[in-house]
Structures are given as C-alpha cells and as structure tokens.
Design a protein around this ligand. Structure first.
Ligand SMILES: Nc1ncnc2c1ncn2[C@@H]1O[C@H](COP(=O)(O)OP(=O)(O)O)[C@@H](O)[C@H]1O
Ligand SMILES: [Mg+2]
Length: 312
C-alpha cells in the first residue's frame, strides 16, 4: 500500500517561489482506488511525480508497503507503476513492443518473461495487432493504453494514473476504466487524478480534493455523496446572471454559488424549505430558462467544495 506523509514542494522560478504542494498526506490501501481531484495548478501532478520518485519533495516522506521511497530506493520504486500526463513515458520512434520490453528490462523483468507479459497486456487492451507499429503512428487513445501497459510490465503494487482518460474517445476511456477496476480488484493500490468527475465517481472508493497545494476534503466516496446529497437547485438563465443580482441573492440566501455565468446553484441548509422561494423573489424579474431540483453528484460536491473551501 501507499502512504504519503506531509509532502511539501516549492519550485523556484525567475519570478519567485511557487508553493506547488504545501503539506499533503493520504494513503491508498491495496485494492483501493483513490480519486485525487482538484482544479488546474492545484498540485496533483507534482504530488504524483514525487510519489513516483521522479522529483524529490522538500519535506515529507512516501512509503510503499512500509518502505521509505527515499531511503529504500530500489525496492520501493520498483513497486510503483505510473502513467504520467500525455503518454510522456513512451519513445515515439520505437514500436509498441520495443517500448514495453525496454521498460520491462529496465525494471529487471527477465527478457522472456517480459515478452510474455507484453503480449498478454496488449491482448488485454486490444492492441495485439499493433505490437510492431511505432508509437507515433498510433491514435492518442492507443498511446494511452500502451502507456498503461508499460506501467504494468513489472506488476507494480501501486499504480499512479495522472489523467489517464484525458482527451480519449468513449471506447478507449471505457477500456481504461475497466482495466483500472480489474487491477484494483486484483489488489493494486491506485491513485487516480482526473477532471472527469463522473469517472472518478464510478471508479473511486475514496476521494481526496486538493486546492492551492492543500488537501481540503478527504473521505469515502459514498459517504461524501450521502453527506452532500441534500436537495440542490440549479437556476439557469438565458442571459448571464448580473453580478449585483448574485450579490443580492447571497445576502438573502447564503448557500448560493454562481457555478457558470448562466447557472446559480442553491444548496439549502437542512430544513430551510423556504430558501428557493426567497431566492426566486430576489431574482425576480430576471428571465429564467429553467429551475431544476436534483441530488448532488461528485461534480456538484466538487464545485461546492472548491467555491467554499472545506465543507466538513
Ligand atoms: N517544474 C515546475 N517549475 C515551476 N513551477 C511548476 C513546475 N511544475 C509545476 N509547477 C507549478 O506548481 C503548481 C502545481 O502544478 P501541478 O502539480 O502541475 O498542478 P495540477 O497537476 O494539479 O494541475 C502550479 O502553480 C504550477 O505552475
Ligand atoms: Mg496535472
């Protein structure tokens, strides 16, 4: 299993220091999928790179199966597989098979075994017929699948996935989802970042949300959904909500968030059955396209958490 303890990372660039990660801790047990969520620039990739042993944290420690990554390097790093953003771990001029064998042997898998493993993985992702194609001739979805196969060549116990389905078509992204589920079922600990919150909701056992380098919400996915699955309203207008109206609405009903220029969201306090009517009074007579009542899903919880900070 993976344990990440109080990671801190600052980048020093020309314009001054950037605090990318400011004390992030979490753990992922064997067989568990943790969705690691946050807006762009929150510090997800930096955390993943530190966890994969690619960049060194300023502070904090990472343990893989209880072994400290920075001291027990060979043993611990060898238990990690990582798919980084944009298939950057592949050599574009080498064939699919060459990439897998190269990586496998780097990770000390004996050559014969690496070949068997490579063909087995390519079969699982439906790319057996592309084994001898160079990576640059594959579609983006295929490349992403090869990246995943490569990360699995040495049978890691911890798998780090940074946006594994970004920009993929439906079929490719379903294929990767199923493989991720199967790997977790077989006991792999999986850390997954994605902007596709529906995928995060379907796959994850637990969720951790990060903003500005801090973890601001962490918990079991179903608990979080239950906790926030209070009735919720979206008020959609055909023309953007004027900011003075948004301010007036906030003064009258406090749990209002502008989630896009044309959509106001209301998550009333328990028992406040009147909130929606007070809100409509304030907004009158601005034109309304529709008012919807629904239960919160992970995408809505995410928006609420990011707009307001910690909700717990
Ligand atoms: N190599 C780097 N040099 C300087 N700043 C960086 C570097 N990598 C990331 N950052 C900065 O660190 C912050 C976190 O970035 P990142 O971890 O990529 O976020 P995320 O993956 O959540 O979008 C951002 O402000 C980003 O600009
Ligand atoms: Mg990133």
């Amino acid at each position: 299993m993976l344990q990440v303890d109080s990671l801190v990372k600052q980048f020093r660039i020309r314009t001054g220091p950037v605090d990318a990660v400011r004390g992030v801790s979490f753990s992922v047990a064997s067989g568990e999928i943790l969705a690691f969520l946050g807006p762009n620039g929150a510090g997800k990739t930096t955390t993943i790179k530190m966890t994969a042993g690619l960049i060194r944290p300023d502070e904090g420690a990472i343990y893989i199966d209880g072994i400290n990554l920075s001291t027990g390097r060979n043993g611990a790093v060898g238990r990690i597989g990582a798919v980084l953003e944009g298939s950057r771990n592949l050599y574009w001029r080498l064939t699919v098979l060459e990439n897998l064998l190269y990586w496998g042997t780097m990770r000390r898998v004996p050559y014969r075994q690496a070949r068997i493993r490579a063909f087995d993985l390519l079969e699982q992702v439906g790319l057996l017929d592309r084994a001898h194609s160079t990576v640059q001739t594959l579609s983006r979805g295929m490349q992403q699948k090869v990246s995943l196969c490569q990360a699995l060549m040495h049978r890691p116990t911890v798998l780090l996935l940074d946006e594994p389905t970004l920009g993929l078509d439906f079929e490719s992204s379903e294929g990767i989802k199923h493989m991720v589920q199967a790997l977790a079922a077989a006991g792999t600990a999986i850390l997954l970042t994605t902007h596709q919150l529906d995928i995060a909701q379907q796959l994850s056992h637990r969720v951790a949300m990060i903003r500005d380098g801090h973890l601001i919400l962490e918990g079991i996915t179903t608990d979080i959904l239950e906790k926030y699955s209070k009735p919720m309203y979206s008020l959609v207008t055909p023309i953007p909500w004027p900011l003075h109206l948004v301010d007036a609405a906030r003064k009258t009903v406090k749990d209002v968030t502008l989630i896009s220029p044309d959509t106001l969201q209301l998550l009333p306090e328990d028992e406040d059955v009147d909130a929606i009517y007070r809100l409509l009074n304030v907004l009158h007579p601005h034109p309304l396209l529709r008012v919807e009542r629904h239960q919160a899903d992970l995408a809505e919880v995410f928006q609420q958490v990011m707009a307001k900070g910690v909700l717990a």
